[in-house]
Design a protein around this ligand. Structure first.
Ligand code: I3S
Length: 165
């Protein structure tokens, strides 16, 4: 996985920046709060990390697609710039690359389901609805359709692989 050079990549590992919000937690409806998260799929776990925007390791630069890179760099830069207007693009980029993300929450994909979210779930396009066995429902979104399609495929595969564990 590009974010963890120490842990060699496996086919069931995938990382990237996604927009995510919970809509239900333990069966209870919660208020939407979209955040941009560094997302890691590893086996049957899906981990969301929050931090300096899409903070990742530099290796991510070499693995993501160009539009993905530009979007994540731009959003990170915008966020970094707000509190301190003097910060330069290079500083922002360095901060972006310094891997300051904190684990936010993890989702167990065993027995979970994914589907494309219906229009009434969100006005955004390219939204995946993920329902876990524990009664947590998440919406996962990317503006880039190839990115979200890849995630849809990866999540479906992970769920199918680990369904009976
Ligand atoms: O499903 P909703 O309630 O229309 O979702 C929108 C709201 O959560 C809104 O927040 P506030 O109600 O706190 O203003 C968000 O800003 C929107 O992004 C939510 O809608 P989308 O369609 O973007 O998921």
């Amino acid at each position: 996985c590009p974010s963890s050079p120490k842990h060699p990549s496996t086919p069931s590992e995938k990382c990237g920046v996604l927009n995510v919000t919970k809509i239900t937690e333990n069966g209870k409806k919660v208020r939407k709060s979209w955040t941009s998260s560094w997302t890691v799929l590893q086996g049957s776990s899906l981990l969301f990390a929050k931090g300096q925007g899409a903070s990742t390791s530099w290796s991510y630069y070499h693995s993501g697609s160009i539009p993905e890179l530009l979007l994540t760099l731009l959003s990170s830069w915008r966020r970094s710039v707000k509190p301190r207007p003097a910060v330069t693009f290079v500083q922002a980029a360095a901060k972006f690359g310094s891997n300051q993300s904190k684990p936010e929450f993890t989702v167990d994909l065993r027995g979970a389901s994914v589907e494309w979210a219906s229009k009434d779930k969100s006005s955004k396009k390219h939204v995946i609805e993920l329902k876990t066995r524990q009664g947590t429902e998440l919406l996962i979104q990317s503006e880039i359709d190839s990115v979200i399609n890849d995630w849809y495929r990866a999540l479906t595969e992970a769920i199918n692989t680990h369904a009976w564990e």
